[in-house]
Design a protein around this ligand. Structure first.
Ligand code: HEM
Length: 179
């Protein structure tokens, strides 16, 4: 997992819960990096999982909800860092249906070792989209947060339903309807 995902995560934890919480979740985890992340480095996903598990245990907020809120913050990072990529799109459905064959392809050019999910478009109309998410990391709620913010970016909203295809969340169907 890319360092920027860790540095932005710990920044948000500090902003919301304070530096003590950052220290607490780092010291209670067994981290090869010892919690020292740089935005250009690459670290094990298991480190993120431990940080999330400890933050969840200390705050009582579920990992899914932590990932949802974190993704909404991360969209702002994307807007600041890759404005050109977002400017390619005029419509949220067009943008979301292009993650797999355009957006994440560009991401991979910047970070060849990025660990990305796959999104398969099952059905698409002008106002709706059904897409299947697949990833061993089961970060579907990170996807949900990015999707919410994608609609907000285009000054609109949508109803997004998640249907687990696999119980462990490694395969999830997103049913998206523009409001
Ligand atoms: C992961 C970039 C749009 C879904 C990532 C990662 C980056 C990235 C850097 C982390 C890779 C790693 O740590 O190895 C971008 C950029 C985008 C974009 C620059 C737009 C310009 C989206 C959108 C979605 C999405 C709109 C909506 C669903 C995900 C998910 C992951 C991810 C779910 C987590 C990894 C996983 O589930 O396996 N993306 N992304 N991305 N991205 Fe994107």
């Amino acid at each position: 997992m890319k360092g920027i995902v860790f540095t932005e995560f710990l920044d948000l934890v500090e902003e919301k819960f304070g530096l003590e919480m950052v220290d607490k979740i780092i010291t209670s985890s067994d981290l090869e990096s010892e919690g020292a992340y740089t935005s250009v480095g690459t670290y094990r996903f298991s480190e993120m999982l431990q940080l999330l598990q400890h933050l969840s245990a200390n705050t009582g907020i579920s990992i899914d909800n932590l990932l949802l809120v974190y993704a909404e913050h991360f969209f702002g990072v994307i807007e600041d860092s890759y404005p050109g990529l977002l400017a390619t799109y005029k419509d949220p459905i067009e943008m979301l249906s292009s993650i797999e064959n355009h957006i994440h392809i560009e991401v991979r050019k910047i970070y060849p070792d990025a660990e990305l999910p796959t999104f398969k478009v099952i059905d698409k109309t002008e106002n709706s989209l059904v897409m299947d998410y697949k990833s061993s990391r089961a970060m579907h709620h990170f996807g949900l947060g990015l999707m919410n913010k994608t609609f907000e970016h285009f000054n609109t909203t949508a109803t997004i339903e998640l249907e687990k295809i696999k119980e462990d969340g490694t395969e999830v169907r997103f049913i998206i309807t523009k409001n």
